[in-house]
Design a protein around this ligand. Structure first.
Ligand SMILES: [Zn+2]
Length: 86
């Protein structure tokens, strides 16, 4: 599940735990928002992992148009337990 950076609070969020795909295809503003910022149909931060602000020293964006975040350090892989294409 790809990770992205919330356009509102700049935290790292998972597309599967937020309304990311719904927002990209259906919301008028098409802003990628985390579950904490998206009040459309998600009720607050999911608590599946801690909310963490994007830090360019430990994370980086993929260069594709969707701006997914990719892991930079092994610690993040363990912490989030996610498969992310790199
Ligand atoms: Zn947010």
């Amino acid at each position: 599940m790809p990770l992205f950076v919330c356009k509102e609070c700049q935290c790292i969020e998972n597309t599967a735990l937020s309304g990311y795909w719904w927002r990209i295809f259906n919301a008028l503003d098409k802003r990628a928002l985390c579950s904490g910022c998206d009040k459309t149909f998600v009720n607050g931060w999911h608590n599946k992992f801690s909310k963490e602000k994007f830090n360019p020293e430990t994370w980086e964006y993929e260069s594709d148009s969707r701006e997914f975040v990719k892991r930079k350090y092994k610690d993040n892989e363990v912490k989030y337990g996610l498969n992310i294409r790199i």
